[in-house]
Design a binder for this molecule. Structure first.
Ligand SMILES: Cc1cc2nc3c(=O)[nH]c(=O)nc-3n(C[C@H](O)[C@H](O)[C@H](O)COP(=O)(O)OP(=O)(O)OC[C@H]3O[C@@H](n4cnc5c(N)ncnc54)[C@H](O)[C@@H]3O)c2cc1C
Length: 595
């Protein structure tokens, strides 16, 4: 494998060109380059030996983490807020490994109900049973040892993979076991959940569990390490490839295309320029161009290449080559309530509770269903709220291309909840002075857009999520906040935090009205940073951009294989599911060669 930022040594032509060397791009490139020549173009640097990135215990969100060469932010335009609209920071990774080099490593998978919803949206071949083997292909799961098992770690071996590049395991040592057990007991009481031995089985049904992470134990260093896609699919000796060239510090401006007599578009190469600015070059692609620049940027590459809403492209002076109105629409993210830090009770200050200096985000996670969170009629309440949601606002901002798309998505989400899809995530993070209890929404219905506003490839797009613009998302947000407050008041977890933790954390208590809680949610929520959907895999009539084969509609050889194709937020945390998307995408690309 060649990794370089110098274009002078590169060939002019490759069988495949992969746009973006992030989480999914490196996984796809690894599989394609076994028997083909592949050029990966990555906008960010190679940060291979950066300890802030590699050490999973670099405290998440703190100064060193934010200063890593991979950490980038752009602001979404002012979003719903209280008392006034608020700018929202959209954090993303830009280096080899992309988001997997900066994320919190929480290792969750989609559920059976979630993948059924994706399939029901018009994507045959994407149900749980078809998808699981690809998640397994990417994974080497490390069974918990006796000590970790005594502390509570458990697993169901049959759903895991044991020969894939990505390390998935519980931390050694197991993080803050006493806090984990208290959190589990409390969450069982609040929501009536049962303890799941393994989060990755596909069956949600209301559970709480110890979280595993995308980390592995490095025998030489005798320490846990981050398993980014760079450290899984690119750097290891076992993954070296003759046919793979990775160009860093360069970005793809456009995909070069020609139009066939049947009107279909074929990619013939890409134009590339140094990220820092400079001369534009072009490289030929003789088979396919695979776009893996992530949900924030993949639509921008298509738009600059003339693929998108033709009227919009013309307004920027771009000649449309393919009128595909869904490009950049259906953009979505979950919300997170992160502004919650409960001070420790003095008696709780032991490593078993605080984790010392080995702190990982969200080591216990609860996934209540609609019934668990809203009571016995919860599923009916949420189903009615979803099906009665108005598409008007979302349509007016271009979040969906038509009302049918909005209704179809609301309907498959309602069915997923009816099966047993989680509606909320609640997770607990130990710390030396405080324990954080955060909550995340899972399947939002609010939709926004990603749009370039200049043809300059170095400019960030306008990424407008329109968070909390559909009533049912607000209703769920209020329930998330109520769950956080209940956790602070329910033993045994409440025994670990100070008696007035709720007030100290400024979280509305059980007596607060729904309006007060809603205002607190509006004032404090942050993005879930699981951006998806901006090139959704859906029927074209619903605003889909790619087919179930991940081919951009109307093209013969442009695929998208990253988070932008995921049409619904069915991966509570995206990464392990995205490796499945990349593996399945690579498999389909290679099958197209032999057919
Ligand atoms: C702060 C944070 C915390 C997170 N925590 C978790 C977690 O705990 N668990 C979890 O599962 N998920 C988590 N996620 C989400 C997860 O990391 C992302 O969803 C995932 O990495 C996205 O993968 P991707 O391949 O779609 O895009 P990325 O990994 O973002 O890859 C896209 C790559 O393309 C490059 N690129 C962009 N434009 C161009 C261009 N024009 N030319 C060339 N290259 C380009 C970018 O530099 C980037 O490297 C987190 C994300 C963030 C930001």
């Amino acid at each position: 494998t060649i990794i370089t930022n110098d274009t002078s040594t590169l060939k002019g032509s490759y069988e495949y060109i992969v746009v973006g060397g992030g989480t999914t791009g490196l996984a796809v490139a690894n599989r394609l380059s076994l028997n083909h020549t592949v050029l990966v173009v990555e906008r960010g640097p190679d940060a291979m030996n950066n300890e802030v990135i590699n050490d999973p215990f670099t405290p998440f969100g703190t100064q060193p983490h934010r200063l890593s060469p991979c950490h980038f932010e752009m602001n979404a335009p002012p979003q719903v807020g209280f008392p006034t609209p608020r700018l929202q920071p959209l954090i993303h990774g830009s280096c080899l490994g992309g988001g997997s080099s900066i994320n919190a490593m929480m290792g969750s998978r989609p559920t059976f109900a979630g993948m059924s919803a994706v399939e029901a949206l018009g994507n045959p071949g994407w149900g749980w049973n078809d998808f699981l083997p690809f998640m397994q292909k990417s994974e080497t799961f490390t069974l918990p040892n006796a000590e970790q098992r005594a502390d509570g770690a458990d697993y169901i071996a049959v759903v895991h993979g044991f020969e894939g590049p990505v390390g998935v395991s519980f931390a050694i040592p197991f993080v803050a076991p006493a806090m984990q057990n208290a959190a589990i007991n409390t969450t069982e009481v609040i929501y009536g959940l049962s303890l799941s031995p393994d989060l990755g089985t596909g069956f949600s049904g209301g559970h709480v569990a110890h979280y595993y992470e995308h980390i592995h134990f490095n025998e030489t260093l005798q320490a846990d390490r981050r398993s980014s896609s760079a450290w899984s699919y690119l750097y290891p000796q076992t993954q070296q490839r003759n046919g793979l060239t990775v160009l860093t510090d360069h970005m793809v401006d456009t995909i070069l295309t020609r139009t066939g007599t049947d009107g279909n578009i074929t990619a013939i190469g890409v134009t590339v320029l140094p990220t820092a600015g400079g001369q534009t070059l072009s490289f030929n692609a003789t088979r396919e161009v695979v776009v893996s620049a992530g949900a924030l940027y993949s639509p921008t590459v298509l738009q600059r290449s003339g693929i998108g809403n033709a009227t919009f492209l013309q307004s920027l002076g771009i000649k449309p080559v393919l009128d595909l109105p869904g490009v950049g629409a259906n953009f979505q993210d979950q919300i997170l309530l992160t502004n919650v830090s409960f001070p420790l009770a003095p008696s709780a200050n032991t490593t078993n509770v605080t984790a010392g200096d080995k702190i990982l985000l969200g080591v216990v996670v609860a996934h209540p269903t609609a019934t668990n969170a809203f009571g016995p009629n919860g599923t009916d309440i949420i189903q009615a709220a979803l099906l009665n949601s108005s598409a008007d606002f979302t349509l007016s901002v271009g979040g969906v291309v038509n009302a049918e798309s909005f209704a179809a998505q609301a309907s498959v989400i309602a069915n997923a909840y009816r099966i047993d899809h989680p509606i909320i995530e609640l997770f607990y993070t130990p710390g030396s002075t405080a324990i954080e209890v955060w909550s995340q929404s899972i399947l939002p219905l609010s939709r926004g857009t990603v749009q370039i506003n200049t043809t300059d490839p170095t400019a960030d797009p306008i990424a407008n999520l329109h968070f909390l613009t559909v009533d049912v998302d607000i209703e769920i947000g209020v329930r998330m906040a109520r769950g956080v407050a209940q956790a602070a008041l329910t033993p045994p977890f409440s025994n670990l935090i100070s008696a007035d933790a709720l007030a100290e954390a400024n979280v509305p208590g059980p007596d607060a009205t729904d309006e007060e809680v809603r205002n607190w949610v509006f004032a404090t929520y942050t993005p879930g940073v699981h951006f998806i959907g901006s090139n959704s895999m859906m029927p074209k009539e619903l605003g889909g951009v790619v087919s179930p084969e991940l081919l951009v509609y109307g093209t013969t050889n442009i695929r998208v294989t990253d988070a932008s194709v995921v049409p619904l937020s069915v991966f509570p945390h995206t990464t392990l599911g995205l490796y499945g998307v990349a593996e399945k995408g690579a498999d389909m690309i290679l099958k197209a060669v032999t057919n």
